[in-house]
Design a protein around this ligand. Structure first.
Ligand SMILES: Nc1ncnc2c1ncn2[C@@H]1O[C@H](COP(=O)(O)OP(=O)(O)OP(=O)(O)O)[C@@H](O)[C@H]1O
Ligand SMILES: [Mg+2]
Length: 353
């Protein structure tokens, strides 16, 4: 299962999505220095009224996934489907419909808003692009402002007159006017003060409950997303290493990398589960390690991890994990503690495996 078993209509599905970038060097970029597999065989399902979180350190491919979903980039191979229709060969009339139904809110609330445009114009611009009449535009802008908790009078102001959190509300309002069914939120709160982050996240959650929208919620910080996510996908160097129920993966991580993200997100002094400190840096995307690409940083690395790339495979609790600590026999039979190096049980949080 790619969706943690949660029911609901499928909005977007990625099937073995691959995006490669050829890195050029030399005079006038004449020589290929290598190929970055920014997104490497990634499959997932996003359902109605669901938040699909994508987490992982910088450079693991989160924004590339976002840009593929938003059809701002084309796939190298694989498929992304919107309500069953492939984005790659979508007729232009359907692409227009897609661009209405799938919106984005980006990380930087300063850069994302045109400083010379008044807020009313910024929020109403997508409606203008999609040919809405002036009367309906005004109504939808007012409705969007209400949804994000801003007063109608802000329409005559300019972006610089607002704080970071308010600007992000403006960005969310702009994304809402076309009544999308999916919003891609790429690090929506990373640039905000910690005190403001939860306000914006709570607002997003309220909007989801009210409008039954789905979100792709991207973050390098698990702490920011865990409370409002239904499904979580953990990425490492272009690959999904764990995928499934967000609550389960945060409480009982399966992959050592997920465990280290959980450890990093846990406030000091709280009850430890399976905590793995994150060590070292992410390797260069141009020199992906052999076997499991996490093995140089993994305290449980075995010989097989250096040689064989683990496949993402189903666990008995409906999640998916790509890790040699979970051999097929255990993964497919029943829920036991995973076996570590030399056959020793690993110090996993109770119930994991
Ligand atoms: N247009 C591009 N040309 C070449 N390489 C690219 C391009 N876009 C992304 N990459 C590379 O692809 C990999 C994934 O990048 P991406 O921006 O998707 O990561 P990310 O997870 O969003 O990182 P961050 O948390 O820093 O935003 C990185 O190695 C990056 O350098
Ligand atoms: Mg990014």
């Amino acid at each position: 299962m790619l969706d943690g078993g949660i029911a609901g209509g499928v909005i977007v599905e990625a099937r073995n999505a691959v995006k490669q970038f050829v890195i050029k060097t030399g005079l006038m970029n004449s020589r290929a220095a290598g190929v970055v597999r920014a997104v490497d065989d990634v499959s997932f399902v996003i359902r109605e009224n669901q938040t699909f979180a994508l987490v992982g350190e910088s450079g693991c491919g989160k924004t590339t996934v976002a840009n593929l979903i938003l059809k701002l980039l084309d796939l190298t191979s694989g498929e992304i489907l919107y309500r069953g229709a492939s984005l790659a060969d979508m007729p232009s009339a359907d692409v227009k419909n897609y661009r209405r139904n799938v919106q984005a809110v980006l990380q930087d609330p300063y850069g994302a808003l045109n400083p010379r445009m008044r807020v009313g114009h910024i929020i109403g611009e997508p409606l203008e692009v999609h040919g809405f009449a002036k009367g309906e535009r005004a109504g939808r802008v007012a409705e969007a402002l209400q949804s994000v908790g801003l007063h109608e009078s802000v329409q005559s102001q300019f972006p610089h007159e607002f704080s970071g959190g308010q600007r992000q509300r403006i960005g969310v309002a702009r994304a809402l006017t076309l009544h999308p069914d999916l919003i891609v939120l790429d690090e929506p709160v990373s640039s905000l003060d910690v005190s403001i982050r939860s306000q914006v996240l709570n607002l997003l959650k309220d909007i989801q409950d009210e409008r039954r929208i789905s979100y792709v919620l991207i973050s390098h910080d698990l702490a920011s997303v865990e409370h409002m996510s239904h499904i979580i996908g953990v990425m490492y160097l272009g690959k999904l290493v764990e995928l499934g129920d967000a609550e389960l993966s945060c409480a009982e991580p399966l992959h050592p990398y997920t465990a280290s993200l959980v450890a990093a997100a846990t406030p000091p002094g709280s009850t430890p589960g399976w905590r793995i400190p994150i060590v070292g840096e992410v390797p260069s995307a141009l020199e992906t390690p052999s076997g499991c690409s996490f093995h140089p940083r993994c305290p449980y690395a075995m010989a097989v991890c250096r040689e064989e790339r683990p496949a993402l495979a189903a666990t008995p609790d409906g999640r998916m994990v790509a890790c040699h600590l979970y051999p097929d026999e255990i993964r497919n039979v029943d829920k036991q503690a995973p076996v570590g190096p030399g056959g020793a049980a690993l110090p996993v949080a109770a119930g994991a495996g």
